[in-house]
Design a protein around this ligand. Structure first.
Ligand code: NAP
Length: 243
């Protein structure tokens, strides 16, 4: 069976590192993005320059219609989807819960959790038996991210429950669903939260005394998708330097 992966939100950061690594391991990869077309095309060029196969595909994965179109386009260009990485995630300016408005809360839930639901559902409807899904959660699902992003933490905890429940439903078809929980990783997401230097500020609290690199999260994702993890489902791998 040809290995075909969709990596949502892979124009930059952890998603881009995952797309590159999966391509190097023989997957044809759909590089999904919402607005970063040139960045996504650059990831695709890197992959094809190395002899790999990839496609850039614009889709806002919080929207049902876009998710269906994303799977259609990937199947048409690359073949049946055998692996899915639900990597999209957003957060907004650090704030106490008491100061958050409902539009922000709903946007975080829709982008992070509804997108995961929609992509998992579409994968379950189309994926051949034996496929695999990795949901990119967060250390925040365990800590709750007080004073910063309780909304984001709640969206990730919901993804964890979805991962656990769906893993049991999917087991009868030998489709494995797992989660990774990154800790503090050097990407642009922290600037979106209002603090570009957040990883460096928090480094003293990390047992390994450094922030992580996107490639280190990609390694965990690729392992969970691989045939080295054929007896691993419904579980979570923290990639958080010991936090
Ligand atoms: P990032 O650098 O901000 O990248 C986010 C990616 O998601 C971009 O490619 C962005 O594309 C895409 N995206 C956002 N909304 C989208 C939508 N509605 N539809 C399609 N694509 C969308 O993020 P990151 O730091 O690599 O994080 C990746 C994942 O890891 C997220 O789920 C995040 O919550 C999780 N995580 C990260 C950290 C960390 O420290 N970095 C820690 C824990 C968990 P466009 O630019 O085109 O919108």
């Amino acid at each position: 069976m040809n290995k075909v992966a969709i990596v949502t939100g892979s124009s930059r950061g952890i998603g881009a590192a995952t797309a590159r690594l999966l391509a190097a391991r023989g997957y044809s990869v759909c590089v999904n993005y919402r607005s970063g077309a040139s960045q996504a095309e650059a990831v695709v060029s890197e992959i094809t320059d190395q002899g790999g196969s990839a496609l850039a595909c614009q889709a806002d994965v919080s929207q049902e219609h876009d998710v269906i179109a994303l799977f259609d386009a990937t199947e048409k260009a690359l073949g049946p989807v055998t692996a899915l990485v639900n990597n999209v995630g957003v957060l907004f300016t650090q704030s106490r819960l008491v100061d958050m408005d409902v539009e922000r809360f709903n946007r975080v839930m829709t982008t992070n959790t509804t997108s995961c639901f929609l992509c998992c559902r579409e994968a379950m409807r189309r994926m051949p038996d034996g496929g695999a899904i990795v949901n990119v959660s967060s250390l925040a699902a365990r800590t709750g991210s007080p004073f910063e992003y309780v909304d984001y933490a709640a969206s990730k905890a919901a993804m964890d429950a979805l991962t656990r429940g769906l893993s049991v439903e999917a087991a009868e078809r030998n489709i494995r669903i797992n989660g990774v929980r990154p800790g503090f990783i050097h990407t642009d997401i922290h600037a979106d939260g209002g603090e570009p230097g957040r990883v460096d500020r928090l480094t003293p609290s990390i047992p390994l005394k450094r922030g992580g690199q996107p490639e280190e999260v990609a390694n965990a994702i690729a392992w969970l998708l691989s045939d080295e993890a054929t007896y691993v489902t419904g579980t979570f791998l923290d990639v958080a330097g010991g936090r």
